[in-house]
Write a protein that binds this ligand. Structure first.
Ligand code: AMP
Length: 558
């Protein structure tokens, strides 16, 4: 736990005011350690887990140093370069800079060149020489080659955020080429969730005698903050269980549902659509403006459910070391229109997510950790529930081992005991819905969504800049309707609700009926409907040391 307050770290008053507006009472551990060292001009290599506040740990001292240096130099120039592996992260870093510089926005100008696809549109922005440039290595390099970004004489500091992902996203060559065009002396920061051989390689390339901050933290928050469950179920049962959890509001609050590919994301969206459960999809095919808008709206509480693809293949370590196809490596769109600079399971700050639901099992331990890190951020509680097919049990054991559980130890991922036989009554309607979601329906939905989102994206680029009040009217969770939706599936008949769940579900359904009669309340942000301290998996109780977990309602014993 940090013991100091921000003002005790010698932070500028304007920054302190912005920090107070953000509601941060005191620095996180990484901030307490990193800020004084960085303000002192030291190079830093920091390992801190996702959600630990590491973005501000480098941004606060960088902005502070910038404000100081601007007192003595008058010439406007790009002085800071922040490299990120994905466009979503670039957008987010820029937003945090804007928040932190609310009271010194004239002195600190920032440009995010990772997001916009159009290089020529970025030229005029760079011509104005913003103090801080945020971008992916490939995009920064393009501008350096075209001499729209020139850092040789002016660079003060370089940050490589999520450094462990930079190589795995195929940026190794770009990074090396880019480094050749930087001056000899500048301050460097390497921020990373893990210290692997890629980080070691980058460290040798950019850091000079760095201070290494390895916080004694586990990779995920401890069990008092993050509760992890797993349940064994095969394909059809996954759909049945998801339907039950969402329709009966057994999972509450904002939820990210992870799947492993784009096709699956639409399959799930259309399946839920059959029951009138709205959800947004988030995948690499969507234009970047739409992706960032969806994340922004989700953070503001517009949506309860996001179905996100964790597209491992785009960041497949086997494709690194420059082996990625050129179309992918250069930050363009891959063969199938997928964006290689997409990444939502990694580094992105989704706010107040109560549950991460791994509908598809993550393909690696790292992927599990990154996904789980989308909840229980800062000091908030969170739950991860992972569906495990029998073929994935060895992978589950790997995750347990990596997190320090399994074998002779107590499991880290507790069994989520749910009596599937009690929800057998729903199976027929789930099958019905699954049958309606044909390959053709998915194909149509995918095309329709991309078409709509391309239009939205254009609007996001232009119209909403002039009409910011309308910005939030654009929704991304509309039904796509390629399959016929049977109206009766929208409601859950009382006789189908398991008796053991009635006491939990009934009041909620009644509430929902009441709510439907009041149009204005449908806009109540999801986060307001969920109290921080409540466990979103509301029927579940796990008693430590007693492997027989029980639910309030009795639906959980097996
Ligand atoms: P990061 O690890 O940088 O992605 O940050 C995770 C979350 O922690 C973000 O939502 C930040 O806004 C939040 N955060 C950062 N610093 C603090 C702080 N000192 N106190 C409370 N929340 C913070």
């Amino acid at each position: 736990m940090a013991t100091l307050r921000f003002h005790e770290l010698g932070v500028d008053d304007r920054l302190l005011k912005a920090i107070a507006d953000l509601g941060w009472a005191k620095p996180t551990l990484i901030q307490e350690k990193a800020i004084p060292l960085a303000m002192d001009g030291k190079d830093l290599l920091a390992r801190a887990r996702t959600g630990s506040g590491k973005t501000a740990a480098y941004l606060i001292p960088i902005i502070q140093n910038l404000l100081q240096s601007k007192m003595s130099v008058s010439e406007q120039a790009v002085r800071i370069l922040i490299l990120v592996p994905t466009k979503e992260l670039g957008h987010q870093v820029q937003q945090m800079i804007r928040q932190l510089t609310t009271y010194c926005a004239r002195d600190v100008r920032v440009a995010d060149i990772s997001g916009q696809a159009d290089i020529s549109a970025q030229r005029p922005i760079l011509m104005e020489k913003p103090d801080i440039v945020v971008g992916t290595p490939s995009r920064a390099l393009v501008h350096m080659k075209q001499q729209t970004l020139c850092l040789r004489d002016t660079l003060q500091a370089l940050v490589i955020d999520e450094a462990d992902l930079i190589f795995s996203f195929g940026f190794e060559e770009d990074l090396k080429n880019l480094l050749c065009q930087l001056p000899k002396i500048f301050q460097s920061f390497l921020m990373s969730a893990t210290f692997n051989e890629d980080v070691q390689a980058i460290k040798e390339l950019v850091l000079h005698n760095p201070v290494i901050l390895k916080l004694e933290e586990s990779q995920l928050p401890d069990s008092s903050q993050l509760t992890q469950y797993q349940i064994q179920c095969e394909e059809e049962d996954k759909f049945l269980l998801l339907y039950t959890l969402l329709k009966l509001s057994l999972v509450r609050g904002k939820t990210i549902i992870f799947v492993n590919n784009v096709e699956r994301s639409y399959r799930l969206k259309l399946f839920l659509e059959q029951f009138s459960i709205p959800a947004c999809v988030l995948n690499s095919e969507l234009p970047v403006q739409s992706r960032c808008h969806i994340i922004g709206q989700f953070n503001q509480g517009f949506y309860d459910y996001i179905i996100a693809t964790d597209e491992q293949s785009l960041s497949d370590p086997s494709e690194k070391k420059g082996k990625k196809p050129a179309g992918k490596r250069k930050g363009g769109r891959g063969e199938k229109g997928q964006d290689s600079e997409y990444g939502v399971s990694r580094g992105i700050d989704f706010h107040n997510v109560s549950t991460v639901l791994n509908f598809d099992f993550p393909q690696s331990v790292d992927s599990y950790i990154h996904r789980a890190g989308r909840t229980a951020r800062a000091n908030n509680p969170g739950v991860v529930l992972t569906f495990v097919a029998h073929t994935e049990l060895p992978l589950l054991a790997d995750i347990e081992e990596a997190l320090g559980g399994g074998a002779s130890q107590e499991s880290v991922l507790h069994p989520y005991r749910f009596r599937m036989e009690e929800v057998e009554g729903f199976r027929y309607r789930c099958r019905d819905a699954m049958r309606s979601v044909t390959k053709q329906a998915i194909k149509e939905a995918r095309l329709k969504e991309i078409k709509e989102e391309l239009l939205n994206s254009e609007k996001l680029k232009t119209y909403f800049e002039d009409n910011p009040r309308d910005f939030n009217l654009l929704r991304h969770d509309k039904a796509l309707h390629p399959a016929i939706v049977k109206p009766h599936l929208k409601n859950v008949p009382d006789y189908l609700i398991p008796p053991s769940l009635r006491s939990v579900v009934d009041p909620l359904l009644r509430k929902r009926k009441r709510r439907r009669m009041q149009p204005s309340s449908s806009k109540v942000p999801a986060k307001k409907q969920f109290k921080k301290t409540q466990n979103p998996l509301r029927t579940f109780k796990y008693t430590k040391g007693n492997k027989k977990a029980a639910t309030k309602t009795g639906a959980g014993q097996s």
